[in-house]
Write a protein that binds this ligand. Sequence first.
Ligand code: HPA
Length: 276
Amino acid sequence: MMNKVYEKLKRCHAALLELTDFAPRAALVLGSGLGDYAEEMDVVKTVDYREIEGFPVSTVAGHKGRFVFGYVSGVPTVAMQGRIHYYEGYAISDVVLPIRLMGLLGARTLLLTNAVGGINADYDVGDLMLLCDHILYGVPSPLIGENLDALGTRFPDMGGIYDAQLRQQARGAAEKLGFTLREGVYLQTSGPQFETPAEIRAFGSLGADVVGMSTACEAVAARHMGLRVAGISVVSNKAAGLGDTPLTHEEVQAAADKAAPRFKAVVTATLGAIGE
Ligand code: HPA
């Protein structure tokens, strides 16, 4: 008997192949407030998540919930406008199903983006940060359960989870464009509540530079499949206890809007470089 998680993935894959035969080389996940990036693509086709039978559908305001297929600097790319979050109540295997699906479609490189709270005192609101590593905190591994041997090994190495070459490309792009790209450690909590100031102090002493509610579990699932992974965060607010005002989801969107031009430029240059 086929594993249930794998069976669901294969069913979604078959359903999606009925809707498009677009073969992406790269995959891109657009985080909170960053969905507009899809306007930068030469779009060939869009597929709403709800069109794919059995696909988990996101419920967060501002998340559109669709795949956009098209080209970024000539590189065939599938972008997710809206991702699934663990705090919505899905099983962790459902949270990473879209990532695995994009891998099955043929994407070999994955660029994850998100909005984060800044813990590192040097970081300002609006800064962009390249992920160099992560901490999965209070969120189960997406690989728990029977191993999906067709995708990867039981005990995958996570030592170089954020690809050195992709990071170099992103770094080079930011340099050329003339802005500072931070590099740091992302810590994923389950959310949906923002952290307490005591949690932020604890996460800082654990080695986290930023905190968010997505991404790390997606990177693990992608790495399990052997995809090359990169991650870019937009610092949308100072983390709890470090700023002057209460945290709101609206603030996250507003900061993402402000960072949008730099964000778009670095994503395009990074994805474009894989086509060279
Ligand atoms: N904490 C967790 N997730 C976030 C934050 C934050 O401060 N800002 C944006 N996403």
